[in-house]
Design a protein around this ligand. Structure first.
Ligand SMILES: CC(C)(COP(=O)(O)OP(=O)(O)OC[C@H]1O[C@@H](n2cnc3c(N)ncnc32)[C@H](O)[C@@H]1OP(=O)(O)O)[C@@H](O)C(=O)NCCC(=O)NCCS
Length: 220
């Protein structure tokens, strides 16, 4: 019988590595993740994201958050996809780790992005979840490289990139919030530079996800 997971195998992806679990963001996780975001991801005077979604008032953020994830699912195709995964640490929901890409069958590259609730930051979880997603992309999705970018005033994100093995790949000047200049440090990771998480990665749902994004096309 067809289920929402068999129709969209993104939702059936699940990785485990020691205390860490990453899994597709099914609808039942949208509310709890939005609650973590409403409770706070960063100080009110800072903005780590290109789109300042995290400062929306608490009464609208959950809807915006759910609609964003539904829009990403709705638009998913081999030409454009976002692999957004809920992150659990020792069984508790703590944040989101993602990778998005365009024309992946040709480019074999994706851009990582992530967030954790404030109470879960600074404990190595951000490093572990990025290590696991990058290992998945290299080992199971045939990625050639992975990129990331962080504002130069975001030492935690830059710290994760440094620890995972990304190299600096130029800077860009952008308008962050209206009238505000910010500088983005671009970063680039290759398979040989990846510093892996200490626990091995086990991944479920890989074959169906590869089919969804157009890899192994002869089988689907
Ligand atoms: C970015 C984020 C995911 C990193 O995850 P994290 O679990 O906090 O990071 P880690 O604990 O794995 O730290 C990684 C490195 O950065 C360093 N670091 C973390 N927070 C830091 C801070 N506030 N200032 C300076 N260095 C910091 C750590 O010391 C560590 O290096 P070390 O082990 O050599 O000491 C998390 O902080 C977060 O969600 N921040 C808000 C949202 C955000 O910035 N998202 C990314 C947008 S590009």
């Amino acid at each position: 019988m067809t289920t929402v997971t068999s129709a969209l195998p993104l939702l059936g992806l699940r990785f485990t590595a020691g205390p860490l679990e990453l899994r597709g963001i099914s609808d039942d996780l949208l509310g709890p993740l939005a609650d973590i975001a409403v409770a706070g991801i960063h100080a009110s005077d800072s903005m780590p994201f290109y789109v300042p979604w995290s400062t929306a008032p608490g009464e609208v953020l959950p809807r915006n958050f759910a609609q964003y994830h539904w829009s990403q699912r709705a638009a998913l195709s081999p030409a454009t996809w976002s692999l957004d995964l809920a992150v659990l640490w020792e069984g508790e929901l703590v944040g989101v780790q993602g990778m998005s890409t365009k024309n992946y069958l040709v480019t074999r590259t994706g851009e990582t992005g992530s967030w954790l609730g404030r109470g879960r930051q600074g404990k190595g979880i951000g490093t572990a979840m990025r290590q696991v997603l990058c290992a998945f992309a290299f080992d199971h999705l045939d990625a050639t490289q992975i990129t990331s970018g962080a504002f130069t005033d975001n030492p935690a994100s830059l710290g994760v990139s440094r620890k995972v093995g990304y190299r600096e790949n130029g800077v860009r000047r952008v308008e962050r919030r209206p009238g505000e200049l910010a500088v983005v440090q671009d970063l680039l990771l290759t398979p040989e530079d990846l510093v892996r998480f200490e626990h091995p990665l086990e991944a479920d749902g890989v074959e169906a996800f590869r089919g969804l994004i157009g890899l192994d096309r002869n089988r689907y």
